[in-house]
Design a protein around this ligand. Sequence first.
Ligand SMILES: [Zn+2]
Ligand SMILES: [Zn+2]
Length: 167
Amino acid sequence: MEQRKIRFDETFQPGRIDFAGEDLEQSSPLHVAGSAEALAHSDGEVRVRGKYTVEMGAQCDRCLGRVRYPLDGGFELYYRPVSAIAREEEVEIGEDEVEIGFYEGGGLEMEDILREQVLLALPMQRTCSEDCKGICPACGRNRNETECDCRIESGGDRWGALRRLEI
Ligand SMILES: [Zn+2]
Ligand SMILES: [Zn+2]
């Protein structure tokens, strides 16, 4: 079986990869370099390896300020052709095989791979700093920039009460 290896070295300008719906913004070109190769003695399995750099921007969950995420990551992924599924249908896919994706005749979309890698690299909680004080629920001021004297009287706000105790 002939082994094919394709090298890639590409730059994706903001807008080419669709991050809409993720509250994310690509603030620098994304550069990726690596290779994709069909593995010998496999059923059309493809291995894609690469390294990428990009800077992403998001909104802080607490204060709505900007958060910057300079990413410098790598990946190694395995894909099988969709046609292989039919034959393996009765074979239970083990937990350790979850990493294997599938591709259809047209091949792999680098945009999809990169989109997923970037999302995986970002934290679930996006805050500008670990101790971001957020926005005051009473006066709406950014408490990182301005101290305010609002007393949050709602009984449910136990964290607010704790914060006052610490002062
Ligand atoms: Zn913040
Ligand atoms: Zn306030």
